[in-house]
Design a protein around this ligand. Structure first.
Ligand SMILES: Cc1ncc(COP(=O)(O)O)c(C=O)c1O
Length: 409
């Protein structure tokens, strides 16, 4: 008998009916966890992986364009050179050398920044440190699901505003502010918005920044698609009040989302709070991944790699617009996105794209129904089509399958 085994007599005493323990219960979820729903897009991605399926659903970068060999060399070099440091715990705000490189790379001037585990973590940390339950956040009325999830996880309330060709309707926001609306934060994706593809014009952006310091709300500019422009020059920066502006950037769309590197830049008091919040999440973002990204964005091949992404995605954007117009003519309204990964297609209020999806899956194509992005407006006539991962032929065939499975009103 081991030293810890109780004597037989005491065991039987423990198990008398009066003292028998009730079976252990699986602990109940917290109130907060019980309110969280799984992302409709993530659930769909499971279906997108079926053999033969053409996925126009996920917002994933094209893995064929990942610079795998270059990153492998960089990673091996980094480990050989600085392995002991890169494999050790690191600073919560990020490796100082990586911060310098990314500040320069993203054109963030002399701004403070924190390196995050993807810009999604930046969104979650900002929601944690800025928002109390019930606080209102301006978003577009068709918004990136990851943002909506981060807001609702912290009890904040998204208030949707329409998006036009020139981006968020800032004039409508101004009217609401004048009438007493007091949001704590306004969230925008300034370039090639997910899901609408719209770009906020410099005029509207300036107007939004002017409103933020006048009415006292923080502007979060989440800009992960900024480098993926297909028509003209790179987007230009606009002046913003540094005390009221937070910028999120990411290398997920330009290098590899699996490395999970994003940055938050903004006023020191906010970044200090972000850093403290990050400590309890993951202590710090992988130092090895930071070193890989820092070396990659400075590598001689990087600019050519960006050109390749732009020309590949640009061609596929055109293929998708052409296929939609050929298949649906006037039955669909689409605005040509100037960059990014998405076409936002409006089939009108008689169509329910969530219903359509069931038939589309049967026909071997998938997309994300508009309802997944809704903020206070019925988007059931819309769908988000991603052109990043399918081939040009796949896009043409995928849109033909869409047309075959269509139930237009
Ligand atoms: C608008 C927007 N913000 C943030 C993210 C998250 O990106 P990351 O991989 O940097 O976490 C995405 C990803 O699709 C996105 O579309």
């Amino acid at each position: 008998m081991s030293a810890e085994s109780p004597p037989a007599e005491s065991t039987s005493r423990l198990l008398t009916p009066a003292t028998r323990l009730t079976p252990p219960q699986i602990p109940a979820l917290s109130d907060r966890a019980s309110t969280l729903g799984s992302s409709a897009i993530r659930d769909l991605l499971a279906q997108a992986a079926q053999p033969g399926m053409i996925s126009l659903a996920g917002g994933l970068p094209n893995p064929d364009l990942f610079p795998v060999h270059q990153l492998a060399e960089i990673a091996a070099d980094a480990l050989r050179r600085d392995g002991r440091q890169l494999l050790q715990y690191g600073l919560t705000g990020g490796q100082p050398e990586t911060k310098d490189v990314l500040r320069e790379h993203f054109g963030l001037g002399d701004q403070q920044l924190v390196i995050t585990t993807g810009s999604q973590q930046g969104l979650d940390l900002l929601a944690r440190i800025l928002l109390n339950p019930g606080d209102q956040v301006v978003t577009s009325d068709s918004e990136y699901l990851g943002t909506l999830q981060a807001l609702s996880a912290h009890g904040a309330v998204a208030v949707g505003f329409p998006v036009h060709k020139d981006g968020l309707d800032v004039a409508a926001l101004e009217d609401r502010l004048a009438a007493g609306f007091r949001p704590k934060v306004a969230y925008v994706v300034p370039h090639f918005h997910n899901p609408t593809g719209a770009t906020l014009s410099p005029e509207r952006r300036k107007q939004l920044h002017a409103l933020s310091s006048r009415y006292g709300f923080v502007v979060i500019e989440d800009d992960p698609y900024r480098e993926l422009f297909y028509d003209s020059n790179p987007p230009t920066e606009v002046d913003a009040d540094a005390d009221w502006t937070i910028r999120l950037r990411s290398t997920s769309k330009t290098l590899a989302p699996g490395l999970r590197i994003g940055v938050v830049s903004g006023p020191r008091r906010i970044l200090d709070a972000v850093t403290i919040a990050k400590q309890s999440c993951d202590l710090h973002t992988s130092s090895l991944n930071q070193a890989i990204i820092a070396a990659a964005v400075q590598a001689p091949w990087f600019d050519e790699h960006l050109d390749l992404l732009r020309s590949n995605y640009g061609k596929k954007r055109s293929a998708m617009l052409g296929a939609l117009s050929a298949a649906f003519g006037d039955e669909v309204k689409v605005a040509k996105p100037a960059g990014g990964m998405f076409v936002w297609a409006d089939f009108g209020s008689n169509v329910d794209t969530a219903d359509w999806l069931k038939d589309a899956l049967g026909a071997g194509v998938c997309f994300v129904p508009g309802s997944a992005f809704e903020v206070g407006r019925d988007l059931s006539g819309y769908m988000r089509l991603s052109f990043s991962t399918a081939t040009v032929d796949g896009i043409t065939e995928g849109v033909a399958r869409l047309a075959k499975s269509a139930r237009l009103g």
